[in-house]
Ligand binder design. Structure first.
Ligand code: NAP
Length: 265
């Protein structure tokens, strides 16, 4: 799989989870690979250092990713990288105060990079009957006390783009979904966010990056409750949990001929 924003927060937790489940992950972020922080095999070889805010850097990044894939199919693209700029006091940048350059940069990272990557890796995703997960946010649909206007509108646009992509990619066997996390304990949050927002969250706490990673992992289930020809559901689910190496060895359930009806999730 290819995962952006792997160096911290939700992305880092996602690499850990998938790596433990046996997946090979090609990671992307502006930071170089840190072997102390990320002790997984092949991390240094499979890391692409790229500024997703610079669309001129994308062709080179795509070349790097394709070179690492070396003709292998791609099973998943997780568009997780994102940033949420604040004003000098750490406060919210509004529709009246957001500088144009900031607005452009936010849209490049949060909105444009996901589609440029998905288009650039389209053939590889098609070969892998792949899945794309775009990480949006609850702030795409409401005004938030800390997240600014550029961030919120970029996430709303990404949610809309996900719908368009799902429609356009589906005929090629590629599924496209979005997840919209609420408040998650990472560097992206303003310093006061946890103390102020936790009391109004029904669970009375903010979420953790590994909780989001598990939701992303769920999207790797191609089948949900899909059964194989003998009606054996668990065998295929267990295979999915183990990632692509097992997925490839398993015979894909024959949906058309199964007697148990239409697959459901
Ligand atoms: N935490 C929350 O409460 C929350 C809520 C809703 C949605 N989200 C979304 O979840 C995703 C992950 O955020 P997070 O909370 O884990 O934030 P984070 O801890 O700040 O991590 C952001 C990641 O994005 C990467 N990134 C930022 N700008 C980049 C650029 N120009 N080029 C390449 N990579 C870049 C960062 O890597 P480098 O710095 O190494 O480049 C980092 O790995 C984001 O899309 C965010 O909008 C978070």
């Amino acid at each position: 799989m290819v995962l952006t924003g792997a160096s911290r927060g939700i992305g880092h937790a996602t690499v850990k989870l998938f790596s433990e489940a046996g997946w090979r992950i090609i990671t992307c972020s502006r930071q170089p690979f840190d072997g102390e922080l990320c002790p997984w095999d092949a991390g240094a070889i499979d890391h692409v250092q790229v500024d997703l805010g610079d669309h001129r850097a994308m062709p080179r990044a795509l070349e790097d990713i394709k070179a690492r894939l070396a003709g292998m199919p791609l099973h998943a693209l997780i568009n997780n990288a994102g940033f949420s700029p604040k004003n000098c006091e750490g406060g919210r940048l509004t529709s009246l105060t957001t500088p144009v350059d900031t607005w452009m940069n936010v849209f490049h990272v949060n909105f444009l990079a996901p589609i440029l990557l998905a288009r650039g890796l389209f053939e590889e995703l098609k070969d892998g009957s792949g899945t794309v997960v775009n990480v949006t946010s609850i702030v795409g649909s409401r005004v938030h006390p800390f997240a600014g206007t550029a961030y919120a509108t970029s996430k709303a646009a990404l949610a809309c783009l996900t719908r368009e992509m799902a429609h356009d990619f589906a005929p090629h066997g590629i599924r496209v979904n979005a997840i919209a996390p609420g408040e998650i304990k990472t560097d992206i949050l303003s310093p006061d966010a946890e103390a102020l927002l936790a009391p109004v969250i029904p669970m009375r706490r903010i979420g953790t990056p590994d909780e989001v990673a598990k939701v992303i992992f769920f999207f790797m289930f191609r089948c949900g409750k899909l059964r194989d020809r003998r009606g054996n559901q668990d065998q295929w689910r267990t295979a999915c949990l183990s990632g692509p190496p097992f997925k490839r060895r398993m015979k894909k359930p024959d949906v058309k001929r199964q007697s148990t009806g239409v697959p459901s999730i």
